[in-house]
Design a protein around this ligand. Structure first.
Ligand code: SIN
Length: 536
């Protein structure tokens, strides 16, 4: 058993931003289920949206975020994130981050839903630069990092049978290298585990995005909100040999045109902003064109832009496309929508505090109210920076008033035996991702959701049985979390009887007059578990 002041699960932008700040005030452990840099952050291409130019204002960035969020954003969260953003980006630059510059200062690119150029970026590898900077800073700071350590479940006072308000006091963790389950005890536990894109067959996310934090928090009794709002990125490379390769929205920001196989530029038929309409609209337009034409993909045409410009601004995408035999300066890039970002998550206040005491959630795993029903492009790294910093301030204060964690029993494997049927994991994993794509995708109906519900109930039962009878492995833990998170998504989608932002259903095509959050708490009727603060 190890004890720390702060335990952080996840090592992307939110987790490491938190850890750096908290480490000035106490001991910090960062647990990462794979290598430290293997996070969603590392794969972000586009950039960080923030007000950096003289002709831009906080009010405009707030307004664009609220419009994308389709009436469900929490205004306070949006204001906080937008206004504190520039300072957090400067902190990152002070740590050594290098962003693309031009004669006027930092080069600002444009993405869908933004009324101004405001995306600060490091060519088309922004996430990699952010992650590089933070990992290097974490190495210099007083932070203990544990790679290949996967969280299993939280240890709470409720589970320990202790009286009083339920409080997070630790976590059971699988050390994948030894197969041993260890106890990590802490005064404050922070979930920074990212999203759940792997619940879908097609996703831009890396394999780590199995919704661990959302599932773990829900099992521990925390409120989880707005899980039906899975964002589908309009443009993922469509090529049999390409796994999860994102074609950044910045390409459309710089003039890319979406065309059908026959060459028709179709986006103006769907929205006056054409290719730069909010993401939900572009993804639905593509989905509708694919259904109408029966084609497998649409095309993103960059061939009217000068080759040197493309190579200078998008060197990574250019190289990747070339490796698949596609030269974007002369031929259009085949693309399809894919699951990209989980807008809902563990319900928190503006300091990342969840509804379970001393359990914080930051970044994609959290639902602060910033994204509402649809995230504005490039607001996510910004969110990680701002809320990682704010949560650290809260955690430092919490740690001062929190006693040392109580004793917790060792992990009891019961009668579990070594896994015999690996196929149970791979079969169930594939099944979940396929029916989530087909039944809980870009366009939903009551019937499709009911089908998905029947399947997930059956599958969860099977996974539960297998889980209790088998020694845990990283794959089994991910499957268990993925099944739980798929259930949360389906349940939330079934509760929303309207179309709003990313949740579009043919049975309720209209948007309701009042915007309501979908809040789920294990075993409870939950509408009041996460009361709105501030106006939408
Ligand atoms: C992109 O580069 O298109 C992704 C940016 C984002 O998801 O915010």
């Amino acid at each position: 058993m190890r004890q720390f002041d702060f335990i952080v699960l996840g090592s992307g932008v939110a987790g490491l931003s938190f850890a750096l700040e908290a480490s000035k005030h106490g001991s910090v452990a960062v647990l990462s289920k794979r290598a430290l840099a293997e996070s969603n952050t590392n794969y972000a291409q586009g950039g960080i949206a923030s007000v950096f130019s003289d002709d831009d204002t906080f009010d405009e960035h707030v307004e664009d975020t609220l419009v994308a969020g389709a009436g469900l954003c929490r205004r306070e969260a949006v204001e906080t994130c937008v206004r504190e953003g520039p300072e957090r980006i400067r902190d990152l630059i002070a740590l050594g981050a290098e962003f693309t510059r031009d004669e006027a200062g930092y080069h600002l690119t444009r993405e869908g839903g933004h009324s101004k150029r405001r995306i600060i970026h490091a060519r088309d590898l922004t996430g990699r630069e952010v992650e590089r900077t933070l990992v290097a800073a974490a190495e210099r700071a007083r932070i203990e990092t544990f790679e290949s350590h996967a969280a299993i479940d939280l240890i709470t006072t409720e589970k320990l049978g202790l009286p009083g308000e339920n409080r997070a006091v630790g976590v059971y963790v699988l050390d994948a290298a030894t197969g041993e389950v260890v106890r990590a005890m802490g005064k404050v536990i922070v979930l920074a585990t990212g999203g759940a894109g792997k619940a879908y067959l097609y996703t831009t996310n890396p394999d780590v995005a199995s919704g661990d934090g959302m599932a773990i928090a829900h099992r521990a009794g925390a409120a989880v909100a707005n899980m039906e709002f899975m964002q589908f990125h309009p443009t993922c490379l469509f090529h049999p040999a390409a796994k999860n390769f994102l074609i950044s929205e910045a390409l459309r920001g710089e003039g890319g045109i979406l065309r059908t196989r026959s060459g028709e530029a179709f986006m103006r038929r769907y929205h006056e902003k054409g290719e730069l309409a909010p993401r939900d609209i572009v993804a639905r337009a593509i989905d509708s064109e694919l259904k109408r034409t029966g084609d497998d993909c649409v095309y993103l045409d960059m061939s009217h832009l000068p080759k040197p410009f493309l190579v200078e601004h998008f060197p990574y995408i250019d190289a990747q496309c070339r490796s698949f035999g596609i030269d974007m300066s002369v031929q259009p890039i085949p693309v399809v929508p894919a699951a990209h970002y989980t807008c809902g998550g563990v319900a928190t206040d503006l300091d990342g505090h969840s509804t379970v005491r001393n359990l914080l959630a930051i970044g994609e795993v959290a639902c602060t109210g910033l994204h509402g029903a649809n995230r504005l492009a490039s607001n996510s790294i910004l969110e990680g920076l701002v809320f990682g910093h704010r949560a650290a301030q809260r955690a430092i204060a919490l740690a001062r008033e929190t006693p040392e964690p109580p004793a917790a029993p060792e992990w009891d494997a019961g009668r579990a035996v070594a896994p015999e049927e690996g196929v149970v994991v791979s079969q169930n994993w594939d099944e979940i991702r396929r029916f989530m794509w087909n039944y809980v995708g870009i366009v939903r109906t009551d019937k499709r959701l009911a089908r998905a519900w029947r399947r997930i109930e059956l599958l969860r039962e099977e996974v539960r049985e297998y889980y209790w009878g088998t020694l845990v492995t990283p794959e089994l833990l991910e499957l268990r979390n993925l099944a739980d998170v798929a259930e949360l998504i389906i349940q939330s989608a079934r509760l929303r009887h309207e179309s709003r932002g990313l949740h579009y259903t043919l049975d309720y095509p209209k948007t309701a007059e009042t915007a309501e959050d979908t809040v789920l708490v294990r075993g409870k009727s939950a509408p009041d578990a996460w009361p709105r603060r501030g106006s939408p």
